[in-house]
Design a protein around this ligand. Structure first.
Ligand SMILES: Cc1ncc(COP(=O)(O)O)c(C=O)c1O
Length: 440
């Protein structure tokens, strides 16, 4: 019933003729009713996103030596954002691109390239039982996967690594699936907590979902070895769990596009060989490996058991996309399609990946040496870790001191984006970390 009708009804009920109702009373009654009907809008302010909040603080900081080691975005040796030469060239080639809508499932040419990139030679075996759509980057792919699986697979719980990319939790919370955090990283060994993880996953039930990061784990930079991947695959197969691979760093992690897809392909092969496996999906991002952060380029690949057709699943994925954003963005996808579809551009792209991953590796090596000089302790883990991030082991208090006294910004968890380091700031950062460590 509209608010004014409720008010009139109440007025006629309580304020009968002869009753002298003053205006103050009328207004307070109206205010009470408004509050009751709009109670769902009376929300506590949600905590601000830590990384984006810190980035704003960094921007506002006027200190000449400030260093940002926050964002998961590549920076070149001068500390500047870098447009990959392969991307620059592709942009020239598509300069007269159309601005028409894409279809709901995105660009078929892009989706084909994306699928081949992640599954490699296995793509030939993933026809009828695979459904792929273009998504709004890796975040969108994770979100569409969660929405789809919550509705159709109906897992009793989703297992996410602890720690992990912050959005995994938010996305699955919004999908309404109970979350279990499985131990992923052991601060004492600075390696994967294999025993803890396997023990936790033993509690999973048929069709439960497990999130695995394909390579360059965010935030730890610590990946499974091949032997460890095989152990996880054995458990997943035995318990018939559904894997969501989050593949946000293919090629960016090590510079080797196929090597970085090893785990995804290993699991896919196992599913292909199985009669009874529930399937898996891959949420693929092109933000980091193409430097197309703002273009929101991604894909979701869903792979159902051999006995099934994925056509129905594909139509459901499209229903979700249609309702959420109608169709994905065109420009970034056409850049990726152009690069991957041209021999020369593809070779250039591989060289670009090498430029990024080698620079990061070089920074890791320098940082290790400098920190070992500063602190007289072992920092080999910084060099061993892979990809954009390093889990430094710095405490929240040490991170605060770095920010307040040295204007060096990291996440409170101690996660450092190694991309923010370069020859000009690495001494300053290492000295600052050294001082904070010595005087903890
Ligand atoms: C593990 C992981 N997954 C997914 C993403 C999603 O990135 P985007 O939405 O920019 O593709 C990120 C970005 O930092 C990530 O680290």
């Amino acid at each position: 019933m509209p608010l004014h009708r409720i008010f009139i009804n109440l007025q006629s009920k309580y304020f009968s003729p002869g009753y002298r109702c003053n205006k103050v009373k009328q207004y307070s009654l109206l205010a009470t009713n408004t509050k009751m009907s709009a109670q769902y809008l009376d929300l506590a302010v949600a905590p601000a996103d830590t990384a984006f909040g810190l980035m704003a603080d960094f921007e506002a900081d006027s200190h000449p030596k400030k260093v940002s080691l926050i964002a998961g975005a590549y920076r070149n040796q001068n500390g500047d954002p870098w447009v990959l030469p392969s991307v620059k060239e592709a942009k020239k080639r598509i300069s007269d691109a159309t601005h028409e809508y894409l279809g709901i499932a995105g660009s078929p040419g892009f989706v084909k390239q994306a699928k081949e990139l992640v599954f490699g030679p296995l793509t030939a075996y993933l026809q009828e039982n695979a459904a792929s759509i273009q998504t709004v980057s890796g975040t969108g792919a994770n979100h569409v996967a969660a929405t789809f699986l919550a509705k159709h697979l109906r897992p009793s719980q989703v297992f996410i690594p602890s720690p992990t990319w912050i959005n995994h939790k938010s996305i699955w919370q919004m999908a309404g699936v109970p979350i279990v955090e499985y131990p992923y990283y052991s601060p004492s060994t600075k390696e994967v907590d294999m025993a803890g993880m396997l023990q936790s996953l033993e509690q999973a039930k048929l069709n439960d979902v497990v999130i695995l990061q394909a390579c360059a784990h965010n935030p730890t930079g610590v990946d499974f070895s091949k032997v460890q991947w095989e152990q996880v695959a054995e458990l997943v197969q035995r318990k018939k769990l559904f894997i969501v691979f989050d593949s946000a760093y293919q090629g960016f992690a090590t510079g080797d596009v196929d090597g970085d897809a090893w785990a995804v392909r290993y699991f896919t092969e196992a599913v292909l060989a199985s009669e009874s496996h529930p399937g898996l999906c891959v949420a693929q991002s092109f933000s980091k490996n193409f430097g197309l952060y703002g273009e929101r380029v991604g894909a979701l690949h869903l792979f159902v058991p051999r006995s099934l057709s994925a056509q129905g699943a594909r139509s459901e994925l499209m229903l979700i996309s249609r309702a959420e954003y109608s169709n994905p963005p065109r420009y970034g996808a056409s850049i990726v399609e152009t690069v991957l579809g041209d021999q020369d551009l593809r070779s250039q792209w591989k060289a670009d990946l090498d430029t990024m991953s080698s620079r990061i590796h070089h920074m890791r090596n320098l940082l290790r040496k400098k920190l070992e000089e500063e602190t007289q302790r072992d920092w080999s883990n910084v060099e061993k870790q892979i990809g954009m991030f390093s889990y430094t082991g710095l405490t929240a208090a040490q991170v605060s001191r770095l920010r307040e006294e040295y204007h060096v910004y990291l996440l409170p968890s101690g996660r450092m984006s190694v991309c923010g380091l370069n020859e000009s700031n690495i001494d300053y950062v290492a000295n600052a970390i050294g001082e904070v460590f010595r005087n903890a």
